[in-house]
Design a protein around this ligand. Structure first.
Ligand SMILES: Cc1cc2nc3c(=O)[nH]c(=O)nc-3n(C[C@H](O)[C@H](O)[C@H](O)COP(=O)(O)O)c2cc1C
Length: 163
């Protein structure tokens, strides 16, 4: 199983990356056969996201489309996903993620934004044709040092649906 964690965070390598990689590892652990997790930091292509036809961006969109499972992860900015993640996904045509299973994952400071992965990020992934079979995951900054406690209960129900 080919799992790709796409990180839409202007601050690469932060807590969002840790969370996304832990989610990817939990999915890989539940896979039937061999599974790999690749992390893509969108911050690395941020200056090129509005150059339509840019080769680096095109290579990344193709890479993500080819994955079995896409962990779409970003910090919560202004109660929703980041502009960085949206700018990357805007490079796809209609149904650009058809054939992928996707899981919305967001990290935030505020508990009152806990529905953001379901209310905001899920519709974006569905619009692109991805199948989003499990609940999304919202992780508070304060929970990042004990990820097993958050990801474990989520994974129990979500991983069988994603694999
Ligand atoms: C511009 C900006 C806007 C933010 N807006 C929110 C918000 O609306 N709700 C929230 O819970 N956290 C908000 N935060 C906090 C970030 O979600 C949090 O710092 C981030 O998830 C930490 O992850 P990181 O270490 O991977 O960057 C905001 C942070 C920034 C920089």
């Amino acid at each position: 199983m080919d799992i790709v964690a796409v990180i839409g965070n202007p601050n690469p390598g932060g807590r969002t990356t840790r969370v996304a990689e832990a989610v990817g590892a939990a999915i890989a652990a539940g896979a039937d056969g061999e599974a790999s997790v690749e992390t893509i930091e969108l911050a690395e292509v941020a200056p090129h996201l509005f150059e339509w036809g840019n080769e680096d961006v095109a290579a990344l969109t193709a890479r993500v489309t080819g994955a079995d499972v896409v962990v779409a992860a970003c910090p919560t900015y202004k109660a929703t996903y980041t502009g960085l993640l949206k700018a990357f996904l805007d490079n796809y045509g209609n149904d650009g993620l058809a054939g992928c299973r996707a899981v919305p994952v967001m990290v935030g400071a505020a508990p009152n934004h806990a529905l953001a992965p379901e209310v905001h990020l899920r519709p974006l992934l569905v619009e692109l044709g991805a199948s989003v079979p499990s609940r999304g995951l919202y992780v508070l900054e304060s929970q990042v040092d004990d990820l097993d406690a958050v990801i474990g209960p989520w994974a129990e129900h979500a991983v069988p649906l994603l694999t």
